[in-house]
Design a protein. Structure first.
Lengths: 395, 92
């Protein structure tokens, strides 16, 4: 090719060992002319990333001194040679391209800065994450180290678990005391027909482990109550609430405020869903939003009223999105905001939720309550009697 | 006229309608026009003392009327009043 011939005549190419000597000697500007995902996997120490498509825009910042010694490298030496020729045209006086690129550099046993905390398999698996500036390698490592507890491995828990597992959330705890039923499968996509009758936590584990071996699944095959909830949630960074009953929601709220654990809370019924993120003392808690639950006749369950299966997917994946943002510290979680979704009209509505200064749990004068009182609310006993003795299941 | 958004649990009381147009100068009047048209909603929105039931949240547009002027909050033409009881469906 003409351009190669021309370049070969006009640019200086140096071997990796020559480049290493110059770099060790100092006073060298080292430019990596590859793409961001390549750079993230491994680069030379001190190498500044200037992707080929951004060369003209970014080289002035990376290499402001046109008389300085400037060494370019890429994967195998082609892109850096082209970039070197371009830099010469831009007036750079002392440019060299490293022949053979980082591949030959590594073959010669010279050191690189590799993505820390991730194996080569993980760098491949999560490459679409690490390409995002909001995630990057650091964010992916945070996800891999995160511990998230899902209350319920059912409608909301199924899609939430799938996407958190795919995202590489390192520990996923599942609380559920129910077994897979045929009537679950219209929406609980983590289970399947063959696993009808199996414990939901065990069924979910099979799917998650098949999807992503990086995830450690912890099964809590039982119910949360005031005697065990503090022990269980203290092991996790974030709790995802997909419980199907009010006593469990209030119990979780009271325990999570005490332990200052963020809760991503959603609920679905029919064609309607709602979701909010409760970060204790940064925003309102569940009791600030709903000081008392509705009477039993206004609190129908999905089993009594029906729910469009895809609602679980919509709201569950919104929950997963909230969890990931909390782990990364990116974006704006739904703190102090309640998002309503009405699927028949395809309409989202956002409402403001404020901290209640009078809140008995997180308000200004709230006192720590005894564990036996956690999860209680006015008329609790009447409510639970009205709702039926078996409604405390979080399945 | 304001638009009142009816939550799923109350829709059986409004003939299944998810939204109802209702007149009134403030939130209380709008809700009373709703209960006038659909009397079955009365007991679920209001207690015997005429106050909103504590388990029902009411929003004018995106703001909780409890932090505005409660039932006395002025409603303008085209405003939306959202009735929101807590929901717990999720898993089972």
């Amino acid at each position: 090719m003409a351009i190669d011939t021309e370049r070969a005549q006009t640019i200086e190419e140096i071997e990796p060992f020559e480049a290493a000597e110059e770099i060790n000697g100092g006073d060298v500007v080292l430019i990596d002319t590859r793409e961001p995902h390549e750079y993230q996997e491994a680069h030379l120490e001190g190498g500044k990333l200037v992707p080929p498509g951004l060369l003209a825009d970014e080289i002035g910042t990376a290499a402001p001194d046109k008389s300085a010694r400037t060494i370019l490298y890429c994967r195998s030496g082609n892109r850096s040679a082209i970039a070197a020729a371009q830099l010469q045209q831009l007036g750079y006086e002392n440019v060299a391209s490293m022949s053979g690129g980082i591949l030959q550099w590594q073959e010669q046993g010279l050191p690189v800065v590799a993505a820390h905390g991730m194996t080569p398999e993980q760098r491949e698996r999560y490459s679409r994450h690490t390409l995002l500036p909001e995630v990057g390698v650091d964010g992916q490592v945070k996800l891999l180290n995160a511990k998230v507890l899902l209350l319920g491995a059912g409608g909301l828990g199924a899609p939430t678990a799938l996407y958190l597992a795919a995202a590489g959330v390192g520990t996923i705890g599942l609380v559920d005391d129910d077994v897979v039923d045929a009537s679950n499968l219209q929406r609980q996509v983590i289970h399947n027909t063959e696993r009808i009758g199996m414990a939901k936590t065990a069924s979910a584990r099979i799917f998650i482990e098949g999807l992503n071996p990086d995830v450690n699944v912890v099964e809590h095959n039982g119910r949360l109550d005031a005697s065990n909830i503090l022990d269980v949630i203290s092991e996790y960074d974030i709790v995802v609430d997909g419980a199907d009953n009010f006593p469990t929601r209030y119990l979780l709220n009271d325990a999570s405020v005490r332990l200052r654990k963020p809760v991503v809370s959603a609920s679905i019924l029919g064609f309607d869903g709602q979701i909010s993120t409760f970060v204790p003392f940064e925003g309102p808690c569940y009791r600030c939003l709903y000081p008392t639950p509705p009477p039993a006749e206004l609190a129908p369950s999905c089993s009594a009223n029906g729910v469009l299966g895809v609602m679980a997917g919509t709201m569950g994946t919104l929950q997963a999105n909230e969890v990931i943002k909390l782990i990364l510290g990116a974006g704006e979680p739904l703190v102090g905001r309640l998002l309503l979704y009405e699927a028949l009209g395809t309409r989202f509505t956002e409402l403001k939720v404020r901290r209640d200064p009078e809140c008995p749990i997180c308000g200004e004068n709230a006192e720590e309550i005894p564990e036996s009182e956690m999860g209680r609310f006015p008329d609790y006993d009447a409510f639970c009697a009205g709702a039926g003795g078996d409604r405390q299941s979080i399945a | 006229m304001a638009t009142v958004r009816i939550p799923p649990v109350l829709r059986p009381k409004t003939g299944g309608q998810p939204e109802v147009e209702a007149a009134g100068a403030d939130v209380g009047e709008v809700l009373r026009s709703l209960t006038g048209e659909f009397p079955d909603t009365q007991a679920q929105l209001f207690g015997e003392d005429g106050e909103l039931n504590r388990y029902v949240n009411v929003y004018l547009n995106d703001e909780d009327v409890r932090v505005l002027d409660g039932l006395g909050t002025t409603v303008k033409d085209g405003d939306t009043v959202v009735i929101l009881p807590a929901m717990a469906g999720g898993a089972s």
